[in-house]
Design a protein around this ligand. Structure first.
Ligand SMILES: N[C@@H](CCC(=O)N[C@@H](CS)C(=O)NCC(=O)O)C(=O)O
Length: 345
């Protein structure tokens, strides 16, 4: 396997539990910066670096597109396979990102802090200040909220409000449970190295999915009548569920496609511009199955499942509309974001 040596690092601590490390840089990009740690929302100034494989980065790709910020913030897409220096730009000509001039995202972390820039690893999503090449933030939950709230002056007409004031408390509450049990829950199950830790994560995950199933039986979206941050955050895990988490991470009480409301909800979002058109199952499967070699030592990428994302969902019958009364859909994507060539045999 010439593309990557795989990854033999331990993901769990001595108790057998997966521990997420948290963001290294938490500066914010805001409409009106008022002090240290705040950068101006200025079109053309920043580059958003993502892997299409990564569920946390995927959120920012969706929100950038929903907000119509493509011309304001450029997008760099990494190779789904990291090497020993982590995320790299090997899909680009000469293996160099054409805007940043870097071969590895690590260089932006080190441009920001040469001593300790990479102490929490090198993670996506990351926003880089193009002129200095320095990392501004890798704080993924704040990134999506700020793309929605702080870039208003540069958003497209008809951009939805994903975090309306009057719904924030409820969105935050839903997000909290979804983060621990679902978004991060699948990692806790998949990276556990003790049976009990795995079983705890599995139980919490499916208890939460059962509760979401019930919630979504009578409402089209998680909070309110339109898409919000809560839907974006749940969607990126659901999009990977049957392809990766139910097999590779052993989250296999049932597939997403064996739920009722939750599966119809996921298809509804998938068919909403900005969601399904940013899902790339090639990037997703190759990353998980070829990088996490402690779980999949052969690095074989499974061909299935043949999930039918485009079938009718009938969720319109519940009322609600994706983009809100004044909102409109973003224009269709003209081509897939970054198709990959055949798997290196
Ligand atoms: N590291 C972030 C979340 C983003 C994240 O975990 N991204 C993954 C890809 S899905 C990554 O870049 N991992 C490499 C690393 O952490 O070194 C956090 O927990 O604050």
């Amino acid at each position: 396997m010439s593309t990557t040596a795989g990854n033999t690092k331990a993901y769990a601590d001595s108790s057998g539990s997966f521990k997420r490390r948290g963001p290294r840089f938490t500066d914010r990009i805001v409409a009106n910066p008022s002090g240290e740690g705040e950068w101006p929302a200025e079109p053309g100034r920043y580059r958003l670096v993502v892997s299409l494989a990564c569920p946390w980065a995927h959120r920012s790709v969706i929100v950038r597109r929903l907000m119509g910020l493509e011309d304001a913030i450029s997008l760099a897409i990494t190779d789904p396979l990291q090497d020993d220096r982590s995320w790299r730009f090997s899909l680009d000509e000469g293996g160099v990102d054409p805007v940043l001039g870097y071969t590895h995202l690590e260089q932006a972390y080190l441009a920001r802090d040469p001593e300790d820039g990479t102490e929490n690893g090198v993670s996506v999503p990351a926003i880089v200040d193009v002129a200095s090449g320095a990392l501004v933030t890798n704080d993924y939950p704040q990134i999506t909220v700020d793309l929605g709230q702080e870039w208003r002056a540069h958003q497209r007409a008809g951009a939805p409000d994903l975090y309306p004031e009057h719904l924030r408390a409820e969105i935050d509450e839903v997000n909290e449970g979804v983060f621990h049990d679902v978004n991060n829950g699948v990692y806790k199950a998949g990276f556990a190295t003790k049976q009990t830790r795995y079983e705890e994560a599995y139980a919490a995950l499916f208890a939460r999915l059962d509760a979401l199933e019930e919630r979504l039986e009578s409402r089209r979206y998680l909070v309110g009548d339109h898409i919000t941050e809560a839907d974006v955050r749940l969607f990126t895990t659901l999009a990977r569920f049957d392809a990766v988490y139910q097999g590779h991470f052993k989250c296999n009480r049932q597939k997403l496609a064996e739920f009722g409301a939750l599966w119809a909800y996921a298809r509804d979002l998938y068919q909403t511009p900005g969601f399904g058109d940013t899902v790339d199952l090639d990037h997703i499967k190759r990353h998980y199955y070829q990088v996490q070699t402690t779980i999949n030592p052969t690095q074989i990428v499974p061909l299935g499942p043949l999930t039918a994302w485009d079938t009718p969902h009938h969720r319109e019958e519940l009322g609600g509309s994706p983009f809100g009364p004044e909102g409109t859909a973003p224009a269709p994507l003209e081509h897939p974001l970054r198709p990959l060539g055949p798997i290196d045999m």
